[in-house]
Design a binder for this molecule. Structure first.
Ligand SMILES: [Zn+2]
Length: 272
């Protein structure tokens, strides 16, 4: 301990940013879990990911990122989207990824824009996902809200996410493995742009140190398309090099976190 993992969102086309962000991790022996958009991923991107995965399967992990990443009234799976509608898209997406990656797919889902409603959570469970990846915020006010929400077995309070990090999401068989720290400070421009401001290395260090007392597992989040300048790539390498200096630091993929922390992995143990 501590354990770190890296998730990379919005995987669709094969571009230089995807290649380099992936290699900045794998060349250091650090796994990266790609959250792939089933409706948008190209055959070229799939072929490349499979090729990379074949070199060392634990370093590349394939998970599902919603279905088409289209903004609806609230995110892709929020607002008043129905259970049936969410289930159809999640299942369709899962089938696409299972087929394209020939079954070499971790049964893990994260919702685009971090937005979902309770129908979507139920649909994810019904579609057969075993791991749900959301967001864990270690700020004191958020932790207080999580504690209250967990005591009441609520998934959300007033539409706000309750993190069940390293526990089962209520009334589902899904185990939560949440990310805590994004490399991005602020998005700039419309949905789909590739402009943002990144956190500095010092800010990332500060957050890791702040989060460590509150969770044994810290997930760090990339969106590869924003890393189009050399200094954005250096930030990744610098962060990994610094994390490696932390005593006892381990780098796992999401499936390994699940296997280590879930009391009954794979069996769809139902909690409440
Ligand atoms: Zn996304």
């Amino acid at each position: 301990m501590p354990i770190f993992f890296f998730r990379n969102d919005d995987v669709n086309i094969l571009d230089q940013e995807l290649v380099e962000v992936t290699r900045r991790c794998t060349e250091q022996g650090v796994p990266i879990s790609h959250a792939v958009e089933p409706a948008n991923v190209t055959d070229e991107a799939v072929a490349w990911l499979r090729e990379e995965k074949a070199k060392d399967p634990r370093l590349i992990e394939i998970t599902q990122h919603g279905y088409d990443h289209e903004l609806r009234d609230r995110g892709e799976f929020g607002g008043d989207r129905s259970f049936e509608d969410a289930l159809a898209d999640l299942q369709r997406g899962r089938d696409i990824l299972l087929e394209k990656f020939d079954g070499d797919f971790l049964s893990a889902l994260n919702f685009p824009f971090g937005i979902y409603n309770q129908n979507a959570m139920k649909a994810a469970d019904a579609a057969g996902f075993r791991i749900i990846c959301s967001h864990f915020n270690a700020r004191k006010s958020r932790r207080a809200m999580y504690t209250a929400g967990r005591a009441l077995r609520m998934g959300q309070i007033l539409g706000k996410h309750i993190s069940y990090n390293l526990d089962f999401y209520p009334r589902t068989g899904m185990f939560a493995v949440d990310v805590s720290i994004s490399f991005i400070d602020r998005y700039i421009g419309p949905h789909g742009s590739n402009t943002c401001t990144f956190h500095s290395l010092d800010e990332i260090k500060r957050r890791v140190e702040m989060w460590m007392p509150h969770t044994p597992v810290i997930g760090l989040l990339f969106h590869h398309r924003f890393h189009h300048q050399p200094e954005h790539m250096e930030l990744i390498t610098d962060a990994i090099n610094w994390l490696k200096t932390i005593e006892g630091a381990e780098f796992l993929n999401i499936g390994e976190v699940y296997d280590r922390f879930c009391p009954n992995p794979g069996n769809g143990f139902r909690n409440g």
